[in-house]
Design a protein around this ligand. Structure first.
Ligand code: PLP
Length: 458
């Protein structure tokens, strides 16, 4: 193992050099992938030096998500302590289902859940768990909501005409999860959004009323803290009042920006969060831990047991349910996703997490100021969002982003809202500083001046 750790360390050094010198890896067209790289698996193994060479070439062409040119997704960067915690969980290799096999790691996860419940204003008997990503924590919320309103579904399957509500700017996982849970995509009501991409609460209530009149049984509303494209925040407080009136489960999908609970300056964006039934947040997005680290909390931990516990004598042989986390999780064997967040949190404190969150808003404001002060740009996103959406010189955003990627200049994506397409740059990457934001815009401007205008015109 010591030899392998040395090899690992050498490969990391190579990766760090690549991130610095080639921050955007040259993309390999898929039809060249298996020719250019030796990805073959063969009958005989290879010696370490050959293995190292193979891994180095794979690293060379792998997109660099921790580089200062990565603005593409809702994650990015690398925080040393979080990576350390994750590496340690690989070495320890526990499974989180029982106290017997995970020991103190159970406590590590429970402490995280407890703190997030407190930050969200949840009561004493709240609880939570972790799952492989925000789509899955949203799925868990939907299942808890379904089972709490219609307990018979767990045994008899679905017979009712049930409906759920989410905005037309929300993440696609809600529709997918409706299909997975047997509720059906057709029973998802997409609620209109206002010009800022926030759920129209009047339309929500009106749609619920119509469904009730038509004999449906509404049960679930998904609100979003940080919509995937614009980074908008639905009005949780107003939505919670509607949910109370009609007795509906309210979940807040905070996969992208739920981490605002760590900041006194920004937690007003999820005002009313204490009135929700469940809330999910991805630490691998704003908090910058490695993928994946997704947390769901629910106001009454009994809901977790009701939906996810199953007796299994061969598994649960010691301790009470509270410490056998398998009784409240979606999976059986479960990776330790807690230790990376715990290690980071322990190291920087809650104040450090607050700084990580606020820095992203400051960078986004800096980027918006840059855009507003330059008439070649038009801005399409709003204050209090870490998605900065814009167009440059009316160049089609999809073409611009693809060219920048193919020429290995920048990794940035595009999005659409109300039929307008734009570049979406995200300031979530934890290694970014103000100079990287300036460099981002300068790279686009230089690139366009050099090549683009010609290309687009032709
Ligand atoms: C990213 C995201 C998700 C999905 O999270 P994964 O961890 O990628 O599964 C869900 N909702 C929103 C709003 C997101 O931004």
């Amino acid at each position: 193992m010591h030899q392998d750790l040395q090899l690992f360390s050498d490969l990391c050094d190579f990766l760090f050099e690549e991130e610095k010198n080639n921050p955007v890896a040259q993309p390999l067209p898929t039809n060249e992938l298996f020719h250019k790289l030796d990805l073959s698996l063969n009958k005989d193994g290879v010696i370490d030096s050959d293995l190292k060479a193979s891994l180095k070439s794979i690293i060379e062409f792998t997109p660099k998500t921790a580089s200062r040119s990565f603005f593409n997704q809702l994650f990015g960067g690398r925080l040393g302590k979080a990576a350390l915690g994750d590496l340690l969980s690989v070495m320890l290799n526990n499974s989180m289902y029982t106290y017997k096999v995970a020991g103190p790691q159970v406590g590590v996860e429970k402490e995280i859940i407890k703190q997030i419940c407190q930050l969200s204003g949840y009561p004493e008997n709240s609880g939570g768990t972790m799952a492989p990503g925000g789509s899955m924590t949203n799925f868990m919320a939907l299942l808890m909501a379904r089972d709490s309103k219609f307990p018979s579904i767990r045994t008899q399957g679905i017979t009712q005409k049930v409906t759920l509500y989410t905005s037309d700017a929300s993440h696609y996982s809600t529709a997918k999860n409706a299909a997975l849970s047997g509720i059906g995509r057709q029973n998802v009501r997409l609620i209109n959004t206002n010009h800022k991409g926030e759920m129209d609460v009047e339309h929500l209530e009106q749609t619920i009323k119509e469904d009730l009149n038509n004999g449906y049984e509404p049960f679930f509303v998904n609100a979003t803290a940080g919509t995937t494209v614009l980074g908008a925040f639905d009005d949780v407080l107003a939505i919670s009042q509607v949910c109370k009136t009609y007795n509906l489960w309210l979940h807040v999908d905070g996969a992208y920006c739920g981490s605002v609970i760590f900041s006194d300056n920004y937690k007003h964006l999820v005002n009313g969060i204490e009135h929700t039934d469940s809330f999910s947040v991805n630490a691998h997005k704003m908090l910058g831990t490695p993928l994946s680290c997704s947390i769901i909390i629910t106001k009454n931990k009994a809901h977790l047991h009701n939906s996810f516990s199953n007796d299994a004598e061969y598994l649960y042989q010691t301790e009470g349910d509270d410490f056998n986390l398998g009784k409240t999780s979606l999976q059986c064997g479960r990776r330790n996703d807690a230790l990376k967040l715990w290690t980071l949190w322990k190291s920087v404190g809650t104040n450090g997490l607050r700084e990580i969150v606020e820095h992203q808003f400051e960078l986004a404001q800096f980027a918006r100021d840059y855009i507003k002060s330059n008439p070649d740009y038009s801005l399409h996103s709003f204050e209090d969002s870490i998605s900065v959406c814009f167009n440059y010189k009316d160049i089609p955003a999809s073409a611009l982003c693809t060219l920048l990627y193919e020429d290995a200049k920048l990794m940035v994506g595009f999005g659409k809202f109300n039929d307008k397409e734009f570049v979406r740059m995200v300031t979530i990457n934890t290694v970014l500083r103000k100079e990287d934001i300036i460099n981002f815009f300068k790279t686009i401007e230089t690139y366009v001046a050099k090549n683009m205008l010609k290309n687009i015109a032709s």
